[in-house]
Design a protein around this ligand. Structure first.
Ligand SMILES: NC(=O)c1ccc[n+]([C@@H]2O[C@H](COP(=O)([O-])OP(=O)(O)OC[C@H]3O[C@@H](n4cnc5c(N)ncnc54)[C@H](O)[C@@H]3O)[C@@H](O)[C@H]2O)c1
Length: 251
């Protein structure tokens, strides 16, 4: 079933990790893909992978924290594919160093984190609104984290802000028929997460903290993304779906 035939999806941080998996899944269901990534070489590699398989893909160099670069990336996407229907705000800083207390993480690092994780979502959402509206509506998906629900660290608070933006933009963009939802992934098996996190922490999550005792996979997140970006969720907006094997437990 090609749920996204004729659609154009703009994916931030689309070169690797979740973003790459999102682009491949949306391509397979008929969408043209824009990979907006600060790492142009990696985005080019992924765009070539898609193009070689007959999918329509464009790599654009873009730091989501920079509103001018975002505006240019959106212009380039509209010029190439005629508009944007789906925005996935996926690019984010998420290494363990951002889980240090605010008084320990250097202030310039806190600012850089919020510039990408929070202002990046604002920049891309506002920049894409006009094109989505002109095409009769669209869907925005923000990638939060379960850290938003249990962690008072800079990373957790940045993702709490993302969840706030999901509600704010759902309200603000509803008049343009743009739905805005989020996913809060738990610990997932992306290359960077596996490289960054201590093995004992991963084992503890899977064995003791989750209700479902296996590592979260790309497919778990991709299925949630396809639902929230498609008409299957046409009556859902302002919602963040936790995909985390049941962690953190709520009573
Ligand atoms: N991996 C996990 O376990 C996990 C869990 C919860 C939430 N998340 C969130 O999911 C999202 C993606 O995570 P991932 O593990 O796939 O990340 P990743 O580090 O594997 O990939 C991130 C991509 O974003 C790009 N990027 C980084 N900064 C950017 C910027 N300023 N502008 C544009 N592109 C930029 C990178 O070049 C890279 O291609 C992030 O928002 C992260 O916080 C991840």
């Amino acid at each position: 079933m090609a749920r996204f035939n004729g659609k154009v999806s703009f994916i931030t941080g689309g070169a690797i990790g979740f973003g790459r998996a999102f682009g491949r899944a949306l391509s397979a269901e008929g969408s043209s893909i824009v990979l907006a990534d600060i790492d142009k070489a990696a985005a080019d590699t992924e765009a070539a992978w898609l193009t070689e398989r007959g999918f329509a893909a464009l790599a654009v160099e873009c730091d989501v924290a920079d509103e001018t670069q975002v505006d240019h990336a959106v212009e380039e996407a509209v010029e190439r594919f005629g508009g944007i229907d789906i925005l996935v705000n996926n690019a984010g800083k998420h290494l363990t160093k951002y889980n240090q207390p605010f008084s320990v993480l250097p202030r310039h690092e806190v600012r850089a984190l919020f510039d990408v994780n929070v202002h990046g979502v604002i920049n891309c959402s506002v920049a894409c609104r006009g094109s989505m509206s002109a095409r009769g509506g669209g869907a925005i998906l923000n990638i939060s984290s379960i850290a938003a629900r249990f962690s008072g660290t800079p990373y957790g608070v940045s993702k709490l802000a993302v969840e706030g933006l999901t509600v704010a933009f759902a309200q603000e963009f509803a008049s343009d028929a743009i739905r805005v939802n989020g996913i809060a992934p738990g610990l997932m098996a992306t290359e960077n997460a596996l490289d960054d996190l201590p093995r004992e922490m991963i084992d503890d999550f899977v064995s003791n903290r989750q209700m479902i005792h296996r590592l979260g996979t790309m497919d778990d997140i991709v299925e949630a993304m396809l639902f929230l970006c498609s008409d299957s969720s046409g009556f859902v907006t302002g919602e963040t779906l936790q995909v985390s094997g049941g962690y953190p437990l709520s009573h």
